[in-house]
Write a protein that binds this ligand. Structure first.
Ligand code: FES
Length: 68
């Protein structure tokens, strides 16, 4: 059983829960205590790497992948 789960939201962020380590491009650790984490995948968030809950709708981000 995995320690972490990543859920892909249609037209929105990745929801991440469980025991993970998240670091930025400089190697600085991000706070992962508030879960689930919503990681932006539209690229428009004002709070990257996290989804701000707003801009993916504002930019009409479209993605609804399905498991194969
Ligand atoms: S996925 Fe929500 S702002 Fe990018």
């Amino acid at each position: 059983m995995a320690d972490a789960e990543i859920k892909i939201l249609d037209n929105g962020p990745f929801l991440v829960s469980g025991s993970i380590s998240l670091t930025d491009g400089k190697g600085e650790k991000c706070d992962t205590t508030k879960q689930p984490l919503a990681l932006c995948r539209c690229g428009a968030s004002g709070n990257k790497p996290f989804c701000d809950g707003y801009y993916h709708g504002k930019v009409n981000f479209q993605a609804a992948e399905r498991a194969k």
